[in-house]
Write a protein that binds this ligand. Structure first.
Ligand code: AMP
Length: 362
């Protein structure tokens, strides 16, 4: 059995964004100190963490100094360079591990992993040239979505193709990078499950939330999702299966499309995120254990916390100037405001979020 990291230990976190901030806050509640590693001079995570090291993700000298001071290393963003994760894992446990990270970082590897484990995805094909794309469009049909294999998020690095004649243009748009073509899934809704696994292999999933995006950025997560109880259980089971097959340690977001018209395959996995996830923020106020605490529990090999939802909840992201409404939002009933203390409310920037309990969709 892997050793448990006891309170008093130190958690190293790569990345200084709001997810790192909320991880550091949760870790502090559990009696841990935290050490953030990021290139930025100031960051939302650094200001609530015990220590911060400023360094490049490629700087092995700084990375080694950081590793020497922590008991376990985790990360709050999935684009941690593979080399960085590999180097660190020679010094201290990196959780989630290098293999899980590599799977989640590459859409082709991720899809192949799902396929080889019998988990449904959109039809897809590997694209390395315009010829590949043209051929795949003939096989998969339109509409379809062309996505770069790596470094896509919030709708970046992808483009929809409505007709065969658009192939060349789409190939240009994504910068002629290694990509996958996905058949367009006619989904009724998007849901996501946060699932945790500790080093012991214990598994615990939160129930699915239903996600609405605006301008390719998550706008709201509503729990419960408007799906049958059997589908709730099925989504949680698939998420647990993925975590177990990946030998995953930590919390992971699994995004699904719900295809209401498909009785045999009603749930299709879109992608996984090897970290705490925006669509899991509702757990902070509607569950006894938040996704942040659960992640720290998992990577320290603690028993996983209860995942039962104690209230209906809607999480709403505050993007850009939305944050100006903070005072009005505070006075709303059953609303908890979570602020990231970012200086500049640029359009599209995640500035904070609210959780409204006992709310029902109108
Ligand atoms: P992703 O970056 O893969 O999460 O995609 C961003 C958004 O594009 C998703 O949340 C969906 O709304 C949409 N999308 C991505 N892939 C597909 C697909 N194969 N079929 C339909 N919509 C998709």
């Amino acid at each position: 059995m892997t050793k448990r990291i006891a309170p008093g230990g130190r958690i190293g976190i790569l990345g200084g964004g709001q997810l790192g901030r909320m991880l550091a806050l949760a870790a502090a509640e559990m009696g841990f100190s935290t050490h953030i590693y990021c290139p930025e001079e100031t960051s939302p995570a650094a200001e609530v963490a015990t220590h911060t090291a400023r360094g490049a993700y490629e700087d092995e000298t700084e990375l080694a100094k950081f590793a020497a001071q922590v008991d376990v290393i985790t990360y709050e963003f999935e684009n941690v360079p593979a080399h960085t994760a590999e180097f660190l894992s020679t010094l201290k446990p990196v959780r989630p591990g290098v293999a899980a990270l590599a799977t989640a970082q590459d859409r082709l590897v991720e899809k192949d992993f799902m396929r080889s484990n019998g988990i449904a995805t959109a039809p897809y094909a590997q694209i390395d040239s315009l010829e590949d794309l043209t051929q795949a469009l003939h096989e998969i049909g339109t509409p379809a979505i062309l996505k770069t294999r790596r470094f896509g998020y919030d709708g970046k690095g992808q483009t929809k193709i409505d007709a065969l004649v658009d192939a060349e243009n789409a190939w240009q748009i994504i910068g002629k990078q290694p990509a996958i073509l996905e058949g367009f899934v006619p989904f009724a809704r998007e849901i996501s499950v946060l699932v945790a696994r500790n080093t012991n292999g214990d598994l615990a999933a939160f129930e699915p939330g239903e996600n609405i995006h605006r301008n390719h950025i998550l706008h709201t997560t509503t729990v419960p999702a408007a799906i049958d109880a059997s589908l709730v259980a099925y989504a949680m089971k698939i998420a647990e299966q993925i975590a177990a097959k990946l030998d995953y340690v930590g919390i992971m977001g699994v995004e699904f499309f719900h295809v209401a018209t498909n009785e045999t395959t009603p749930l299709v996995v879109n992608e996984i995120a090897p970290r705490v996830h925006n669509s899991g923020h509702w757990t902070q106020d509607a569950c006894q254990t938040s996704q942040f605490e659960q992640h720290i529990r998992a990577i320290c090999n603690w028993p996983l916390g209860p995942t039962k939802r104690l209230s209906d909840v809607i999480m709403t992201n505050l993007i850009g100037n939305d944050i100006d409404e903070w005072a009005a939002l505070l006075s709303e009933e059953n609303t908890t405001l979570h602020m990231y203390n970012k200086a500049d409310a640029r359009p599209g920037r995640k500035m904070g979020h609210i959780n409204q309990l006992n709310t029902r969709k109108s």
